[in-house]
Design a protein around this ligand. Structure first.
Ligand SMILES: Cc1ncc(COP(=O)(O)O)c(C=O)c1O
Length: 254
């Protein structure tokens, strides 16, 4: 997918782009690191991600001159440039006292930082293992007319292979049927990302799923008929082979 026209349109209209790069730490788009394409890039180091900080963790990246504000927002709005005799309770240093400022507490521990540093050093190997696993699955899936293998890494698109994008062919019985067939073979725990308008919260906010679905035919087709995901992490050879076997057996029923 070519993102440049979307980024260019946003730039011309003065719209700030927040890039959800939660899974994409280490990915590149046309030579540029994911998370640096828009105005803000958010990365997740939650325990399920490729590299993690032993629990919750993340990075917000930006080139905008708001870094200091973000540092304050990270920890209760505390302004580190102001001297505080007793920093925990000295509310003078809390930015919120001098104007509206919504701050949270997103500080991580030093132990987590050590864990993340170790993980970052391992990252090239982690990405390489995932890339090889993805290539293996794509090679196997190329044999099935019901499946479209994932796009391989190229000079323009470098994936982190957090999940394998499993795609069914347009003329096949579709991804819901594939998932049923996979579940019957013991491959049941498949992450399948839904469009936002399918979430209960949006219904409660007054969005009608039916009218959103009518105006988002591509999202409907992708969610209901074409795409789902396979896990890639930590699968040693035999389990990856079993996964590919199960997908091919399920795809043969489409
Ligand atoms: C696309 C996407 N964005 C954001 C998040 C949230 O990340 P975190 O759990 O670090 O808040 C996730 C978590 O899986 C995600 O998949």
């Amino acid at each position: 997918m070519d993102l440049d026209p979307i980024l260019e349109l946003a730039r011309r209209r003065g719209i700030l782009v927040v890039e959800d790069a939660a899974h994409a730490f280490g990915a590149r788009y046309k030579g540029r690191p994911a998370g640096t394409l828009g105005d803000f890039g958010a990365f997740s180091f939650h325990e399920k991600k490729n590299v993690n900080s032993f629990g919750e963790g993340g990075i917000l990246a930006t080139n905008l001159p708001v870094g200091e504000k973000l540092r304050q927002a990270r920890f209760l709005g505390l302004d580190p440039s102001r001297k505080a005799a007793s920093w925990v309770y000295d509310v003078v240093a809390l930015e919120g006292r001098r104007g509206p400022f919504v701050a949270g507490n997103s500080s991580s521990t030093e132990i987590q930082a050590v864990g993340l540093s170790v993980q970052l050093a391992r990252m090239p190997r982690i990405l390489e293992e995932r890339r090889r696993a993805a290539e293996y699955l794509s090679g196997r899936f190329a044999a099935s007319p019901a499946l479209v293998p994932e796009q391989p890494d190229s000079a323009d698109f470098l994936s982190t292979h957090h999940l394998y994008l499993l795609q069914t062919s347009p003329g096949s019985a579709g991804v819901q049927k594939l998932k049923e067939e996979l579940a019957a073979r013991g491959v049941a725990n498949i992450p399948h990302f839904a469009p936002l308008y399918k979430f209960e919260l949006l219904h409660r906010l007054g969005y009608s799923e039916r009218s959103c679905a009518r105006s988002c035919p591509v999202a409907e087709e992708a969610f209901l008929r074409r795409f789902t995901h396979l896990p890639l992490h930590g699968l040693p050879g035999e389990r990856l082979t079993n996964l590919a076997d199960a997908v091919l057996a399920a795809a043969a029923r489409l």
